[in-house]
Design a protein around this ligand. Structure first.
Ligand code: ATP
Length: 351
């Protein structure tokens, strides 16, 4: 080992070759994953893909059929939840209805045998941290859903666990509160530096909160990567279709960077397919841009195709346009055009 080589730090959480079977049904198939200390990782995938099963295996709430879970250097694979180091927030707020907010937050601290004075100080600090200092003496039913979820979060981090597990913590809330809380949870996580694993089926939530996204399907991990990575370079058609909108058009490979869709040739990313191979060309709607103010391609414009605009949906910051080309095997192409681009196009058609 050379003097300047810094040995790689062990991951905080390491899941190896994990399987979970329910009878004959395989809920997790040979899942392996490393999570670094302080990272925010999201498990994302459709209903039934195994996200919750994986989270529960990490917590020890359900034991895996095979495989290991190492947390902070310790093999916790067969430890009961009470002997593992985590805080958890569930979708349903799961606060104790008959205890005040302060008592709810104090629960774990009391179990850990902390002194009364210490608990009072810590609960006050946590209430302040989640912006609910005034609500300590109320009962859960007197708070809104968003406030209850903030309390659940405060309770989960009360004993400063090494790992925070979030099981769809926002999905029971209405859209506006959800977006607001996303931001708050992320801020808090950054401030505390606590390693966090969140389960969600909401791609926007995962894209906006995670350092890395683990995309799952049918009990296997399809891809692990930063949000921009899984969005820009999806590893499979499933990931391409699951995260964001994606046009998928049948195409034939012509060379290492050209392909044909219908009657037209386009440039594409470098690849290893042989010429003549039939593939699926995946094109993001926001990568489709209108060229030329009067439908004549700009000089030097690549991949130009003459299309008609069919339906248009106004989605606030952009228009989702359904483009039709007779030469695309009759397939429709979805394009997200900025409001300005559409203004330019409609001016052009009026002239
Ligand atoms: P959702 O978003 O709907 O919660 P998920 O990705 O979290 O989905 P899991 O709850 O992990 O999915 O379930 C994975 C698969 O395992 C599902 O097909 C589910 O039906 C099955 N499963 C989960 N728990 C059990 C159980 N106790 N007995 C039998 N099958 C189960």
């Amino acid at each position: 080992v050379l003097a300047h080589e810094v040995p790689a730090k062990d991951p905080y959480l390491e899941i190896s070759d994990l399987w979970k079977l329910y009878g004959d049904f395989v809920a997790l198939r040979d899942v392996s994953l490393k999570v670094e200390e302080g990272e925010f990782v999201c498990f994302l995938g459709p209903s039934g893909c195994g996200k919750t099963t994986l989270l529960r295996a990490i917590a020890g709430l359900d034991l895996q059929t095979r495989g290991t879970v190492i947390q902070n250097g310790q093999d916790v694979s067969n430890l009961p939840p009470s002997r593992r180091d985590f805080g958890i927030v569930f979708q349903s707020y799961a606060l104790f209805p008959n205890l005040t907010i302060r008592k709810n937050i104090a629960y774990g601290l009391e179990n850990a045998g902390r002194s009364k004075e210490e608990i009072t100080v810590r609960v006050t600090e946590l209430l302040d941290m989640v912006g609910l200092s005034e609500q300590g003496n109320k009962y859960p039913a007197q708070l809104s859903g968003g406030q209850q979820q903030r309390i659940a979060l405060a309770r989960a981090i009360a004993t400063s666990p090494g790992l925070l597990l979030l099981d769809e913590p926002l999905s029971a809330l209405d859209a506006k509160v959800r977006v607001h809380l996303r931001h708050e949870i992320k801020e808090l996580q950054r401030k505390l530096g606590v390693t966090t694993v969140m389960v969600t089926h909401d791609q926007e939530e995962a894209l906006s909160m995670a350092d890395r996204i683990v995309v799952m399907n049918h009990g296997v991990i399809e891809q692990v990567g930063a949000p921009t990575e899984v969005y820009k370079n999806p590893a499979s058609l499933f990931v391409a279709g699951f995260i964001g909108e994606m046009n998928q058009l049948e195409a034939q490979i012509l060379s290492e960077n050209r392909l044909r869709i219908g009657k037209h040739e386009f440039e594409c990313r470098d690849h290893d397919f042989d010429p003549g191979t039939t593939v699926v060309a995946a094109i993001r709607p926001d990568d489709v841009v209108p060229h030329g103010s009067d439908f004549v391609p700009d000089a030097g414009a690549k991949n130009c195709e003459l299309v008609r605009i069919g339906d248009m949906e106004f989605l606030g910051s952009f228009w989702r346009c359904h483009l039709i080309s007779d030469d695309f095997h009759g397939a429709e192409l979805i394009a997200d055009f900025s409001v300005n681009a559409v203004r330019r196009l409609s001016l052009a058609t009026r002239q």
